[in-house]
Design a binder for this molecule. Structure first.
Ligand code: AMP
Length: 219
């Protein structure tokens, strides 16, 4: 499997789709948001800085991201492909990622973009719930994505929690950051002819079907 980058505005479902892709194709799902949420728990200066930045909806400094991502991509399980969820997040990171790929003897692969309307995102963001144990994602505002038992993970029985940046105020900030910093990435990758767009307003299953068609070369 080639490497995959997943790009989407906040709460569009990129984590959910990345998980499905990782499971189907047996490749690691590398979520920089998940990595940062672990760093946030550390009782250190960097832990505090990450907590503050992520909670406000801003972007963590590029230098910190490069260290975390190069370390993770150097691990053996990445040799046969991986799906990147949340990185790169701006054009500077994309350029640095090109350099990292070169050093690791890897290629860019696919860039999958979920297109979705802002109003739908605001509804999704306040309903999102995540399993504290296995990171499975649910949405109590979307009928087909609610857990069977309230606040309990269908997959592992873990407790579901709400991310501290999943509120309307932080969302507005994250969405602006997406428009200003992340969206320009699309032009960067379009020039390289690597972008595949999927309608993010479809159901989880329908989106996944579209993604598998792309990855299996028959869209
Ligand atoms: P996500 O889970 O992808 O929505 O990421 C949650 C938060 O983590 C973002 O709002 C940022 O604060 C931070 N973050 C994740 N990935 C990056 C990145 N590549 N660069 C900077 N900050 C990031």
């Amino acid at each position: 499997m080639k490497n995959i980058i997943m790009i989407a505005p906040p709460a569009a479902g990129k984590g959910t789709q990345s998980n499905l892709v990782a499971t189907k194709y047996h490749i690691p799902h590398i979520s920089t948001g998940d990595i940062l949420r672990e760093v946030m728990k550390e009782d250190s200066e960097i832990g505090e800085y990450v907590l503050e930045t992520v909670t406000s909806g801003g972007l963590v400094k590029d230098e910190i991201m490069y260290t975390l991502i190069e370390k993770r991509l150097s691990e053996a399980d990445c040799e046969n492909g991986y799906i990147l969820d949340g990185f790169p997040r701006n054009v500077e990171q994309a350029k640095k990622y090109d350099e990292i790929l070169g050093r690791l003897n890897q290629t860019l692969g696919y860039v999958i973009v979920l297109d979705i309307d802002e109003k739908l995102l605001a509804k999704r963001v306040t309903g999102r719930r995540i399993c504290e144990n296995c990171n499975a994602v649910y949405n109590i505002n979307v009928e087909s994505e609610t857990p069977e038992v309230e606040s309990v993970c269908d997959v592992c029985g873990g407790r579901l929690y709400q991310r501290n940046d999943d509120n309307l105020e932080a969302f507005q900030n994250r969405y602006q950051v997406y428009l200003e910093k992340t969206k320009p990435l699309l032009a960067y990758y379009e020039e390289k002819k690597k972008v595949y767009r999927v309608d993010g307003s479809l159901s989880v299953d329908e989106i996944f079907k579209e993604i598998t068609k792309i990855l299996e070369g028959n869209q």
